[in-house]
Design a protein around this ligand. Structure first.
Ligand SMILES: [Zn+2]
Length: 62
């Protein structure tokens, strides 16, 4: 399932694909808007979610 973030500056929706969340969100702090290039902070609940996704995947690999 993809997530949707909205730019704080211009309101443009940005779909966040699952793999981006898993590979990037747990370590990143900002997502750049594709429309106005505003750096949107990644909400802490999405970072927690990204970490959970990584842990789930690690369990599967082991
Ligand atoms: Zn924007």
């Amino acid at each position: 399932m993809d997530y949707l973030m909205f730019c704080d500056q211009c309101g443009t929706p940005k779909p966040i694909e699952t793999y981006i969340m898993r590979e990037y969100f747990w370590i990143a702090t900002q997502v750049y808007c594709s429309n106005c290039h505003y750096a949107n902070p990644i909400p802490s609940y999405l970072q927690s979610l990204a970490l959970e996704m990584r842990e789930e995947e690690n369990k599967r690999d082991n």
